[in-house]
Design a binder for this molecule. Structure first.
Ligand code: FAD
Length: 451
C-alpha cells in the first residue's frame, strides 16, 4: 500500500502562511472567507467574467472546510437544502473534469443505521421526502445490511440507504476549486483578514483588510465560525453557535466497507488513500459561551432535538469569547488576525471512544492504527440551515453562513446559488427560505435535520 503523509489532513492549515504581495484597489465583489463556500462562489462568479476577490485570514480550507468528514449526501437533509444539494451533486460529478484536478469524489452510498424498529421508524420518514424530490432512497433489511457492510458483530435492525450519495477528499477538493477560481480570473488573498467595511450613503463602498482597502459595492460574508462576530462589528445580529467535532483517520487497511455509514457508534467513510475517516456517532460537544446565553431562546428547538447527543461544558471558551473585542477601529489588529486559524484540540475522551467503537463495529480493523486526529468547530443557525441572504439595513452586504455539519457537500451548489444571488441571476434554486430575516420576523424556527 502507498505511504501516506502523516499530516495529510493537517497540512492544509499548518503550512507557512503566504501574505499577499499586493492587493487590488477595487473589485466588483469581495468575498470574506476562503472556505468551500467562499471559493465556490468566487469560481462561479469568475467564470462569468466578474472581478471577484476572496480575502482569507488564514489558509484556504484552514477551518471547517478542511476538517470535515468529506460526506457529500442528500439523505436526511432539510427540504430547504435539497434542490441546492441535488445541484451540488451534479457539480461534484464533473468537478474533476472542470477543475482538471483530483478531488476524490465518488458515489458509494450513504447509510443511516438503526438498532430497533422504533429507531428505523424515526429515520424512514425521509422516504416520503425522497420520493417527493425524486431521490432513490430505501430501507435495507438486516440481511441486506450484511451484504452491504460485510461482517460486523453489531445487530442492526435496518438502515436507510441512498446509493447516489458520495464522498470527496476535503484537503484536495477545496484547494482545487480555489485554484480553478484563480484560473478563471478570481484573486485569492490568504493571510488577509478583513477588518470591516466602509460605507457611503448607507451602502457598502469598500472592504478594509489588514493589508489595505478594496473599493467595492458588494461583499459576501462567508466567514464560517466568525460570521456572527464580523456581523456584530457592523451592528448586525446573527444567531450562530458552535460545536466541536473530533475526527480521526486510520492508516490504509482492508476494505471492510466502501460507503458512508452513520451509526450510533461511528460515522465512518472510506478514504481515497485506503484508510477510513472516523468520528464518534453520538457525541457533539458544545462549549457554552456568552453567545449561548445570548441566543439560547432561539436555539431551544435545536437543543431539544440534539438533547441525546449534546454534551455541554463551560470553561476556557467562555472567557475567551467574553474577552474578545466586539468592535474595533479599522486601523487596529482585530480578532481575525489574532486567530489566523481556529484550531481546537481533538478531545482525548472522544478519540478513545472512536477507537473503542471502531474495534466493536469492525473487529477486522482492531490492529489498524489511527494515524492522525484533528478537530473543527461546526457553526450553525437556530434552524440548522444556512443564511444565504442580503441584509436590508446594509445594502451591498450579503451573508452566506451557518451551513452546519453539511456544508462541504453543499459547497459547490451553494457557490452556484450565491453567485446567482449576487448577480441577480435566476439559478432555479430558491433562497427565500434561507433569508436572514426569518429569525426576527416571527417565523417559526423548525430544524428538520440534525447538526
Ligand atoms: C468535524 C466536522 C465534520 C463535518 N463533516 C461534514 C461532512 O461530512 N459533510 C458535509 O457536507 N459537511 C461537513 N461538515 C461541515 C462543513 O465542513 C462546513 O459546513 C463547511 O466547510 C462550511 O464552509 P464555509 O466556507 O462556510 O466555512 P469555513 O470552511 O469555516 O470557511 C470560513 C473561512 O472564513 C475565514 N474568515 C473568517 N473571518 C474572516 C475575516 N474577517 N477575514 C478573512 N477571512 C475570514 C476563516 O479563516 C475560514 O477559513 C463538517 C464540519 C466539521 C467541522
Amino acid at each position: 500500500m502507498t505511504e501516506v503523509d502523516s499530516t495529510i489532513v493537517a497540512s492544509t492549515w499548518t503550512r507557512p502562511l503566504q501574505p499577499p504581495a499586493k492587493i487590488p484597489d477595487k473589485a466588483d465583489i469581495v468575498i470574506i472567507g476562503g472556505g468551500i463556500v467562499g471559493v465556490s462562489t468566487a469560481w462561479f462568479l469568475a467564470k462569468q467574467g466578474i472581478k471577484v476577490v476572496v480575502c482569507e485570514k488564514g489558509h484556504i480550507a484552514g477551518e471547517q472546510s478542511g476538517r470535515n468528514w468529506g460526506w457529500v449526501r442528500v439523505q436526511g437533509r432539510d427540504t430547504r437544502e435539497i434542490p441546492m444539494m441535488l445541484e451540488s451533486q451534479r457539480i461534484w460529478d464533473t468537478l474533476e473534469q472542470e477543475t482538471g484536478e483530483d478531488v476524490g469524489f465518488v458515489r458509494r452510498g450513504c447509510y443511516f443505521t438503526a438498532r430497533s424498529r422504533k429507531e428505523l421508524e424515526s429515520i424512514d420518514t425521509w422516504l416520503g421526502i425522497a420520493d417527493e424530490y425524486g431521490i432513490e432512497s430505501r430501507v435495507l433489511s438486516a440481511g441486506e445490511i450484511r451484504k452491504h457492510l460485510g461482517d460486523s458483530p453489531v445487530n442492526w435492525h435496518g438502515a436507510l440507504y441512498t446509493e447516489a450519495d458520495g464522498r470527496a477528499e476535503p484537503h484536495k477538493a477545496v484547494p482545487a476549486i480555489a485554484r480553478a477560481a484563480e484560473r478563471a480570473g478570481a484573486t485569492l488573498l490568504t493571510s488577509c483578514a478583513v477588518r470591516g467595511l466602509e460605507t457611503s450613503g448607507g451602502s457598502v463602498s469598500a472592504v478594509v483588510t489588514e493589508h489595505g482597502t478594496i473599493r467595492t459595492a458588494t461583499t459576501l460574508c462567508a466567514a464560517g465560525a466568525w460570521s456572527a462576530l464580523f456581523c456584530r462589528s457592523l451592528g448586525i445580529a446573527l444567531p450562530q453557535l458552535k460545536v466541536r467535532g473530533t475526527v480521526a483517520r486510520t492508516a490504509a487497511c482492508e476494505n471492510v466497507l466502501d460507503g458512508n455509514v452513520f451509526d450510533e457508534l461511528l460515522g465512518i467513510r472510506r478514504r481515497q488513500d485506503g484508510g477510513y475517516t472516523i468520528a464518534h456517532g453520538t457525541i457533539i460537544k458544545h462549549p457554552i459561551t456568552p453567545s449561548t446565553l445570548r441566543w439560547s431562546i432561539k436555539f431551544i428547538p435545536a437543543l431539544l432535538q440534539e438533547l441525546k447527543v449534546l454534551r455541554l461544558s463551560i470553561g476556557r471558551e467562555f472567557l475567551e469569547e467574553w474577552r474578545m473585542p466586539k468592535r474595533w477601529e479599522l486601523d487596529e489588529v482585530t480578532p481575525f488576525e489574532q486567530t489566523r486559524v481556529l484550531d481546537p484540540d481533538p478531545d482525548p475522551g472522544v478519540l478513545r471512544g472512536i477507537r473503542k467503537n471502531l474495534d466493536k463495529m469492525f473487529p477486522q480493523l482492531a490492529a489498524t492504527p489511527i494515524v492522525e486526529s484533528w478537530a473543527g468547530m461546526i457553526e450553525m443557525t437556530p434552524d440548522v440551515v444556512p443564511v444565504f441572504s442580503d441584509v436590508p439595513k446594509l445594502p451591498g452586504f450579503y451573508i452566506a453562513t451557518g451551513l452546519s455539519g453539511h456544508g462541504f457537500g453543499l459547497g459547490p451548489g451553494a457557490g452556484k446559488a450565491l453567485a446567482g444571488m449576487l448577480t441577480g441571476t435566476d439559478t432555479g434554486i430558491d433562497l427565500k427560505p434561507l433569508r436572514y430575516g426569518r429569525f426576527f420576523d416571527g417565523s417559526p424556527i423548525r430544524p428538520q435535520s440534525s447538526i
